[in-house]
Design a binder for this molecule. Structure first.
Ligand code: SAH
Ligand code: SF4
Length: 452
């Protein structure tokens, strides 16, 4: 498939949600096939009622990642080994075989990127049929792919709706190829509860948290699209992953932690936690758990060195001011010179870019093993700021460099397809109050607290 820079792919007039879902799950087509192929006659989706008692049993124990929606078979993507073992047992596999079947499935799903059970020839025909009768290996639905003139790719992904017949929400995932590495920027929520004044996502209310399967699914789709299966050990295109897409990952802590465990598993997707960076706007009470429980790298969206300014830019600062944030960084588990915290600082003309600000930044970070990322502000339609002048960014960087910090200025990537930092925003609408209440009851307390 040839995709022209900055344009929609040729199959393109975005596939409708329904067609896209049926196309992918039933015909197992990859994006990029012609419109004719995608529009070929489709088999009817299996009715939910046709599931056997075993499948019902199996599905009922699932989290949202594995729930059957609108008559579709629940996907196994996003399940950890324990959950996978439960699903295998529910298909009446003898207990002494469960471990081996889980290992085979794990390798096939997360290591080789299997898209249907028939392709998993390490399993017996009978077991493959039983799996296919009850489950799927569906990922989120790829609805649009764009390529920037600089090679950055942006994928728009449709998620399952919570209610049959309703369009599901959409998220964006971005791939940034560089000379020595390739970074996948994934979303953790649809929209965001926080309202940082310089961020496009911040203008979109929270629609919902992503499930672990939807977070892992973003990496799997990127691997599908880049043809990167089985998980290569050398010469990978996707070498790093950052949680810097839509949403605040710490307000979806449990699903993010589970997803990253799956992503880092050495027998599957095998992307080391050292190569995964979680970026937070500063949810202080949960920062310690990132180090202690997840073990990935940490980035802090600092953006200002005085509370009056940060209160404006990152309103969460009113709840967790700079001094508390810095203290959480100082005591971050596992912090060392080899494992530094990245501080992100968006350069806003006349707002936070003075040399006095640069000096204060150096003072604030004293004693913290840190890297500083200066990000030229990426504008979006209606955004209230201008990017700092280049000379000013250089002068700011100079102060920081002289103090001994590496402070690369992050080159904006994919601006022409609105894929740069902080430009992501989907057209998804906020969920109804009743749905939000349901989510608040079931998700972690931190998320519930912000949605109240
Ligand atoms: N919610 C998390 C992660 C997503 S935002 C967080 O805030 O850290 C990822 C990064 O993009 C953050 O550093 C964010 O501050 C930055 N960003 C947001 N809008 C931006 C914009 N318009 N230009 C440049 N960077 C932006
Ligand atoms: Fe949310 Fe991060 Fe954007 Fe702030 S910068 S609104 S926390 S996504």
């Amino acid at each position: 498939m040839q995709i022209v820079a900055g344009q929609e792919p040729p199959f393109g007039v975005r596939l409708t949600r329904r067609l896209a879902r049926r196309t992918m799950t039933e015909l197992n087509l990859r994006s990029g096939r012609s419109t004719e192929t995608a529009a070929a006659p489709l088999k009817a989706a299996p009715a939910r009622g046709s599931a056997s008692a075993a499948a019902t049993r199996a599905a009922s124990g699932s989290d949202t990642a594995g729930e059957a929606i609108a008559g579709l078979r629940p996907t196994l993507i996003g399940l950890d080994r324990t959950e996978l073992a439960d699903r295998v047992r529910a298909l009446d596999v003898p207990e002494k075989q469960v471990r081996m079947r889980v290992a085979q499935l794990w390798q096939a799903i997360y290591g080789r990127g299997a898209r249907d059970f028939d392709a998993i020839t390490t399993l017996s025909k009978g077991f493959r049929t039983a799996l296919a009768d009850h489950y799927s290996l569906a990922r989120p639905q790829l609805t649009t792919a764009q390529v920037s003139s600089d090679g950055t790719r942006k994928w728009l992904l449709g998620l399952d709706a919570e209610t049959a017949g309703v369009h599901g929400p959409e998220i964006e995932t971005v791939y940034i190829p560089e000379e020595s590495r390739g970074t996948l920027c994934v979303s953790s929520q649809v929209g965001c509860t926080l309202t940082c004044s310089f961020c496009h996502t911040g203008t979109q209310k929270l629609v919902r948290n992503l499930t672990a399967g939807e977070i892992v699914g973003q990496l799997m789709i990127a691997r599908d699209e880049l043809g990167e299966w089985p998980s290569p050990s050398d010469g990978r295109l996707i070498t790093n992953m950052v949680l810097m897409g839509m949403g605040e990952p710490l307000y979806n802590f449990d699903n993010v932690a589970k997803a990253l465990d799956i992503v880092a598993d050495g027998e599957g997707l095998s992307l080391s936690k050292r190569r995964i960076t979680l970026s937070t706007s500063g949810v202080v009470p949960l920062i310690e758990r990132v180090g202690a429980e997840i073990g990935c790298m940490l980035a802090i969206s600092l953006h200002a060195v005085r509370d009056e300014v940060r209160d404006e830019l990152v309103p969460l600062n009113k709840k967790y001011p700079i001094a508390e944030l810095m203290e959480a960084c100082r005591t971050f588990p596992g912090l060392s010179n080899a494992r530094r915290i990245t501080f992100e600082y968006v350069m806003l003309k006349g707002v936070n870019d003075s040399l006095a600000d640069a000096k204060e930044l150096v003072r604030l970070l004293k004693g913290i093993p840190a890297k500083i990322n200066l990000i030229p502000f990426n504008p979006w339609p209606g955004s209230p700021y201008d990017c700092s002048d280049w000379d000013q960014i250089e002068a700011f960087a100079e102060v920081v460099n002289r103090a001994g910090y590496a402070s690369p200025v992050r080159t904006p990537r994919g601006r022409d397809i609105m894929a740069a930092c902080g430009q992501l925003k989907s057209a998804s609408q906020k969920m109804k109050a009743s749905e939000r209440r349901r989510l608040a009851q079931s998700s972690d307390t931190a998320a519930a607290e912000t949605m109240a």
